[in-house]
Write a protein that binds this ligand. Structure first.
Ligand SMILES: [Zn+2]
Length: 106
């Protein structure tokens, strides 16, 4: 599946979200807690997560707050996130991120 290019990646530690803005204007807003749970590495088993919903009331008091994230490119494929807990084994590919929160038809 080909996806539009990401044009902007933004972490908001106040809102506890990571936002990916795509070239087609869609923004995917991921609650950090849920994105962490979707880590695709072999240890986390987050591969089974098919979608990550945008923030809702349930995210107002997450189990933990993430304040120090490091995001680096993983080639042209996606991003590697180093989480507060030191974990950085999972590469979030662009196509997967887009699938996790696709554009909704209005
Ligand atoms: Zn992992």
């Amino acid at each position: 599946m080909s996806v539009p290019n990401p044009t902007r990646i933004e972490v908001d530690t106040d809102a506890q979200t990571l936002t990916v803005t795509w070239a087609d204007g869609h923004s995917s807003v991921f609650p950090l807690d849920r994105l962490r749970a979707a880590c695709p590495c072999a240890n986390c088993g987050g591969k089974a997560v098919e979608q990550v919903a945008p923030p809702d009331a349930a995210d107002a008091s997450p189990d933990r707050r993430w304040t120090d994230l490091d995001i680096e490119p993983a080639g042209s494929l996606g991003i590697r996130i180093t989480w507060d807990d030191g974990h950085n084994a999972g590469i979030f590919r662009w196509d997967r991120l887009r699938r996790l929160q696709p554009k909704r038809e209005k």
